[in-house]
Structures are given as structure tokens and as C-alpha cells.
Design a protein around this ligand. Sequence first.
Ligand code: SF4
Length: 407
Amino acid sequence: MKVPELLAPAGDMDRLKIALAYGADAVYLGGKIFGLRAFAENFSAAELAEACRYAHDRQRKVYVTVNMFPHNEEIRQLPDFLRLLAEIGCDAILVADPGVFRTARKIVPELPVHISTQANTTNWQSALFWQEQGASRIVLARELSLSEIREIRQRVSLELECFVHGAMCVSYSGRCLMSAYMTGREANRGECAQPCRWRYALVEEKRPGQYFPVAEDERGTYILNSRDLCLLDDLPALAAAGVESFKIEGRMKSVHYLATVVRVYRAALNRLAADPDGYAPPAEWRDELEKIASRGYTTGFFHGPPAENMQEYDTVRVLPEWEYSGLVRQWDASRGLALVEQRNHMQLGDAIEILRPNGAIFRQRLEYMTDANGTPIERAPHPQQLIWLQLAESVGDFSLIRRQRRN
Ligand code: SF4
């Protein structure tokens, strides 16, 4: 069995470096135009070139999203953007709109095209259609079961990519007008305000201001609130089905989210490669995924139509016990001190954990800390400042600190 590629999101250059440091084989990212995720930082032309250089130097790949549905005015800018992507040597573009696809095949036929999940490919005829048009890969819709994926695999030869982790929509992957209707921010342009996670009530037209609670059952009112996808247990089946690329969702997610999720799935794929028949995710992987913000986890449509446990009824978000606190910028081995760019407040006595790209996570109490000038401090309340922390083991570039929340 060929071990699939691990594909991670990169909202900006920092997150690209983190994704690759923690073990992604490839990243997907957007330019300033044409890629969904309007609120991710995204990459300028120069940054796109730098991203490709950086990844290729490490034998990794970069896929650029060109997956919005442009209007006439926007499509005029497309040829120049596509030529730029071909020139800088990105490894593929992700496309959803047939007009963008057609333009890409004419202008930059050498550039491989992956069909975005926004195209909602849910059957083998659609997959065959895209194959016949010259696409080299399809990102399958999240709304497919394993048996459907298997059948598509048997009927087409182009590469298949599947989401294995991340947020789900309650509509078909962003094909949803709720946000545009309620806030003017369009999901299909990457601007979704996620109103499906909001709390709703019922109002009778002659009783304005009286809100009657809405509940699907006795547990709650978050009627549209999908849990997040997690297929950690199902990776062997998905790999055996012949899927070439496992994708993590979340170009707007934090550095900590990215490092944690990529690290777990890298370990899982390494385990799968070493012992495909004995693969069994240890509890510590699941524990790691509980340390990042999520809405609880589900296997979505993978085992068939989702049951009621696909929805999170109790809360819009499961607050993790740990929070991201800082990024290591320098290690002073002689003093056992790390210079840390702070992301959340810390204080002496905190339980902290340190994630390292090439090493086990270690846990300790925070017992000594100074400001950037070396003056001992008890609290570091201001995010973004530089502080020195005494750590029990050595750390390097891209190591992260997280802290256990206090009650
Ligand atoms: S409102 Fe919810 S379902 Fe609709 S696109 Fe946004 S996240 Fe998806």
C-alpha cells in the first residue's frame, strides 16, 4: 500500500513553515486574488514565489487555490495570475469553476489542475468528466462514504484527495447563502461569518421581541452546528481505498492548531507505513487533538449517512484545556533558556508543554522567566512581547509552548 501524501493548509508564510516543519508533504495556500478564504493572510506574488522556493528546497509541494467563482470583471485578471503561478513553479492549482479550468488549460496547459472540493464531486461520472477534461486530481466532497470513495477509485485513474480532519459545513462545502444573506459576507468568496454556529430562537410575527427557544431535542439549540471531521481511526481504510492525498482543513486556523494536527497525522502516516496491518491510534494522539479548539469530533459521512452525533448540541465550541502561549525564536543552550514570542499570558507555576518538530512533547512547570532584557518576572501578561523561559530540554526552530488553563 502506498502511503498517501499529507497535505496541510498554509494561511501565511509562518504557517507554511510550521506545516512543513511538523511533517506535511505538501501545503495548499491562496494568493491575494482568486483563492477562497478572504480573511486568511494569503500570499502576494513575491510571497508565492518564496513559498514555492522554500517548499521545493525541502522536497515538498505547493498547491495554489484558484477556487473562487469569479465574475466577468475578475476573470480578466486570471490569465496573468495563471502565468505567474506557472512561472514560479507551483506544483498544481486548485480550481472549482469551469471557466477558470478552461482558461487554465488554454493558458498554462503544463500546470496540473486539481478540482477543488468546492466543485462538490460526489460521483464517479463527475470524476470521469474532470479526468476527461485533463484534471490530474480531484478533492472529493466531504459528503462521501468509504464505499462511494472506493467505487470512484475503481472507475477513474486520476488522483483522489480526501479531507481527513477539520471543520464541516452543514451545507455542501460552502455552497451556502446563509452568511451572504445574514451578513453580506459570501461563503463562496471565502468570507463566511459561520452563522450556522450561532444560537437561534423562534419569533412569532405578532410578538416581536419574544424569543421562544428552539431545540432539536432536550439537549440544546445549536441546530446547525456540525462537529469537526476526524478520520484518525479510518486512515488505513482510506489509504487502502487508493486515496493519494490526505487533507487537513483550516487555512485560517492558528499556528498551534496546525502544528498539533499535522504532528498527529504525520505520526499516524508513519505508523501506517511501518505497520499497515497493526495500525491502531494510541490514546495520546486523540488527547493531542483535544488540546486544540474544536466543536467535538465526528467521522461525518465516512461510514454512511451521519447520525445525530454529527451535530454538537451542547456548545458552539469545545474549549480545550490547553492554550497556545508562545513560539520559540531562539535557544540558548548554555543557559537552558528559550527566547519566546508570547501569544498568551503566562505566569510562574503554570504547567506548560513544549511541542518540537523533531522530538517528543515534554511537560514541566514554569519556574523561571525573564523579560527580553534578562530581568526576572513572575507574570508575562502582554502577548507579542519577547520573554526568556527556562526549559528542561533543548528546543529549536518552530517549537511551540502551550499552557494549561487554570480554573
Ligand atoms: S454558514 Fe456554515 S454551512 Fe454555511 S458556508 Fe458558512 S460554515 Fe458552511
